[in-house]
Design a protein around this ligand. Structure first.
Ligand code: UDP
Ligand code: MG
Length: 321
């Protein structure tokens, strides 16, 4: 028998979970009709939801033994959710998908067949349009991919998503990357393996609201830069060299000027401009180094990526007693 683990990170998804469960059941049946040697586990990660998500998961786990869940002690973020899902999944294949049906379950049979063909270790979807997304956000996203692919050795594919069907081998490779500052879009590429991209039009969320504000996405983009590129450090270094060269030229000019024309008190404006420019440059470069230092600081603490407060086993136990 082959087992597919479907990992679903959930944060305040009470409205959409029943819809998701209904949809995924249809697809699981469809797959089992074609592949009788396949069974499933549904592994939900409750990422510290403040609504009734956990209660819904408890109910689902009691009724359906394929349903498992891991509930975090607080909100750790989707990255931690995905990591926990992969770590706790028992399947030979692991699928990661959102609860809001933005990752259409109808792709699962195709993804499964793609991986089963033996030609690929991973099947994933790629949005070809950004329909339903604010124009400004799309513009920034495109710029982000352009820049990060210029400055990072790891290819970050535009429109690629966390909706992935992976073999155990690939999942174990991802799990071997224990970094605390996780940027999955980069991690998926970094581990390599043969990946098939299935293109599709963007789908809007079935119910509930997205937790990603513009600011959060901006911070996530910065996370990507700092996690998968050291180019900003090089930039700081290059800026330093350029200002040194400029300073050297200025010193020569000023000395020559003094020797030829004497030393009238002049150049107050130049002086102030130079102080501000160099001061700004210095702060900017220190800031860049600071970012890397902060990341290193967090990594060296070796804090756990997530903490569990409850799993489906607890729920099943209380039912028995
Ligand atoms: N999610 C999570 N933890 C968070 C935020 C989001 O586990 O802190 C989950 C969420 O429940 C959903 C998926 O990550 O299943 C994607 O989130 P969302 O739909 O808000 O993001 P978007 O689709 O807008 O990128
Ligand atoms: Mg969504």
């Amino acid at each position: 028998m082959k087992k597919i683990s479907i990992v679903v990170p959930c944060y305040n998804e009470q409205e959409v979970l029943p819809l998701f469960y209904e949809e995924i059941q249809k697809v699981m049946l469809q797959i089992q009709e074609e592949h009788t040697d396949t069974n499933f586990e549904l592994l939900f990660i409750n990422d510290g939801s403040k609504d009734n998500t956990l209660q819904i998961l408890r109910e689902m786990a009691k009724k359906d033994e394929r349903v498992r869940y891991v509930s975090f002690s607080r909100n750790f973020g989707k990255e931690a959710g995905m990591f926990a899902g992969m770590e706790n999944a028992k399947g030979d294949y692991v699928v990661i998908m959102d609860a809001d049906l933005q990752h259409p379950p109808k792709f699962l049979p195709l993804m499964y067949n793609t991986v089963l063909s033996g030609k690929y270790d991973c099947a994933t979807t790629r949005r070809v349009s950004r329909k339903g997304e604010p124009k400004l956000l799309s513009w920034f996203s495109r710029k982000f991919y352009k820049i990060i692919n210029k400055i990072s050795q790891t290819e970050i594919v535009d429109g690629a998503q966390d909706f992935r069907f992976m073999t155990r081998k690939m999942v174990d490779s991802i799990l071997s990357m224990k970094e605390y500052n996780r940027f999955s879009k980069g991690i998926f590429s970094w581990v390599g393996f043969r990946t098939k991209y299935i293109e599709y039009e963007n789908v809007e969320r079935a119910a509930g609201t997205s937790t990603w504000s513009f600011w959060k996405l901006f911070c996530y983009a910065l996370e990507g830069f700092f996690a998968f590129s050291t180019a900003p450090l090089t930039l700081a270094f290059v800026l330093g060299i350029i200002s040194c060269l400029a300073a050297f030229v200025m010193i020569v000019v000023i000395i020559v000027k003094k020797l030829c024309f004497g030393d009238p008190v002049q150049g107050f404006t130049t002086l102030i401009c130079a102080i501000f420019l160099v001061g700004g440059l210095q702060l900017f470069c220190t800031g860049i180094s600071g970012q890397y230092l902060a990341k290193t600081y967090l990594e060296t603490k070796k804090r756990p990526i997530y903490l569990v407060s409850e799993t489906e086993e607890d729920a099943r136990k209380t039912e028995e007693f």
